[in-house]
Design a protein around this ligand. Structure first.
Ligand code: SF4
Ligand code: SF4
Length: 493
């Protein structure tokens, strides 16, 4: 290693690259001296800018911490959970297992809960019947190999896992066992390093939130408890987290355009929930190997993704990212005591765009009849039901009827103009995004254009489309547009 440890000035380095010259002038005379190659490599922004290795286009601006484009009143915002008395959701929430509407104290609300449950049940029956028919008819996308693909994708998949990722991660050799000190660096360097590792493991990008009394409200109170302890542990269903785990990171796990087209067939199993837990497991091992904790416990991914600048909140109550729209919206998180530099909320013009664009709400009405996404132009502080969080001025989702809970169809994601279906016209799409990020005066026009040209991605429906899946060119991996587009090591970029 000693040959790497030489003293080299920036001028020497530039000279080596053939870039030194009179033009460097006074700047060159005062440039810092690097003492070894490690220092040289990590010089520049990496030690001081948490976004150094994920630069975004000029039209995406950063905002202040805890001040995303969606207005929040932190003084009234409270922690929220599915089955949590202070949220007013106790025992009757359709998403929660107890399903006891009779326990809902409010008559009008109870009626809505019962209606929501009926819609969910009716939809689930329709999906089961559709799936059975497709399988029995051996429709395209329902061959045995397609079924097997979906089954294989279930391994470790969120919600379908054949084996859970361990709470504390897998066993690794710690720095202590290696007889070396734990890794140290600036918090900014740590954030960039974590992003690099996570990207390699399959996450398109990351965001980081520092915990304080406000941001801790985004953790499920029934699931996570912070205490003045040294080591994280599980107390029944509750993850008990040391206060020194002052940061959490949110790892974007993408959907692919092609995979979304194949929804409602057995070829749709390759998606965000398949990659998320695997990214978690790998990142956990990485952080533990550096000498720090990263227990499997994070806050609600949408609010934290928005607060950490992965994307903006959309009308559809999803994280809409400037890069991949709703298809980049899932970013499960984990807490850590590795000191990280937080990343800021962003403004890419998305929240403003949602005022004019109502495509997600309209497609929800057309396809499901449930009207779960409000169509009003202005957001509101008024919640729809206790299923919404108080203290956020937004388009409060009508969760009682949103069948996405049970079926995962998510038409609202597919129709969002920021999702990547514009890929075929990439440069035009980027121009539109840049315009949206700069001014809102064309938003109505772009919405009309989006409706005319895109609509929801259509299903491949003939034999050839589904057979092509099994015959596509694997030389393209990891830049694959079908399998790994969401989350291959290049993050699909
Ligand atoms: S997931 Fe989206 S499209 Fe489906 S019911 Fe819910 S809001 Fe509507
Ligand atoms: S479809 Fe339109 S309104 Fe809905 S989240 Fe996307 S941009 Fe916003």
């Amino acid at each position: 290693m000693s040959k790497f440890h030489s003293t080299v000035s920036r001028r020497d380095f530039m000279k080596g690259l053939g870039l030194a010259g009179a033009g460097l002038g006074a700047a060159a005379a005062t440039t810092p001296v690097f003492h070894d190659l490690d220092e040289l490599i990590s010089a520049g922004d990496v030690k001081s800018d948490p976004m150094a290795n994920f630069k975004r286009p000029w039209w995406i601006t950063e905002r202040e911490f805890k001040n995303p484009t969606t207005e929040i009143d932190w003084s009234i915002l409270q922690a929220w959970d599915w089955n949590y008395e202070p949220s007013g959701t106790n025992d009757w929430h359709p998403r929660f297992g107890t399903l006891k509407p009779e326990l809902c104290p409010d008559t009008a609300l109870r009626q809505r809960v019962e209606e929501g449950m009926a819609i969910h049940a009716e939809f689930a029956a329709r999906v089961t019947s559709f799936n059975d028919q497709q399988w029995n008819a051996q429709a395209p996308g329902w061959a045995l190999r397609d079924k097997a693909l979906s089954t294989g994708a279930g391994y470790l998949s969120f919600g379908r896992g054949l084996a859970p990722v361990p709470f504390e991660g897998n066993r690794v050799t710690t720095p202590e066992e290696r007889g070396v000190p734990k890794w140290t660096g600036t918090p900014e360097e740590a954030t960039n390093m974590l992003r690099t590792a996570a990207h390699y493991y399959g996450s398109a990008k990351i965001g980081v939130v520092e915990h304080d009394a406000d941001t801790k409200k985004m953790f499920y109170p029934n699931g996570v408890r912070f205490e003045g302890i040294d080591q994280a542990y599980q107390d029944g269903g509750v993850s008990v987290i040391p206060n020194k785990c002052q940061w959490s990171a949110y790892f974007t796990s993408r959907d692919s355009d092609e995979g979304k087209k194949r929804d409602e067939t057995s070829q749709s199993g390759i998606s965000r929930y398949v990659w998320g837990p695997i990214i978690h497991g790998r990142v956990q091992s990485f952080v533990k190997s550096l000498g720090y904790q990263m227990p499997k416990a994070g806050a609600m991914n949408v609010p934290m993704s928005v607060l950490s600048g992965n994307g903006e909140l959309g009308r559809s109550s999803k994280t809409i990212t400037p890069e991949w729209g709703a298809f980049g919206g899932y970013a499960p998180g984990m807490v850590t005591d590795l000191p990280l530099a937080p990343t800021k909320p962003i403004d890419a013009g998305i929240w403003k765009f949602c005022k004019a664009c109502k495509l997600c709400g309209e497609i929800c009405q057309e396809t499901t009849g449930t009207s779960s996404i409000p169509l009003e132009t202005e957001p509101t502080w008024e919640i729809d039901s206790p299923c919404n969080r108080v203290g956020v001025k937004k388009y409060h989702q009508k969760w009682l009827t949103c069948i996405g809970f049970g079926c995962g169809v998510n038409y609202c994601d597919k129709v969002c103009p920021f999702s990547t279906k514009g890929k075929g016209f990439a440069s035009a799409h980027e121009l539109v995004k840049a315009t949206v990020g700069t001014t809102s005066i064309f938003n109505g026009f772009f919405t009309t254009m989006g409706k005319a040209f895109y609509g929801a991605p259509s299903q491949p429906r003939d034999e050839k489309d589904f057979a092509d899946f099994w015959e596509h060119d694997l030389n393209a991996w990891p830049y694959d547009t079908i399998l790994g587009a969401g989350s291959g090591p290049n993050g699909g970029r």
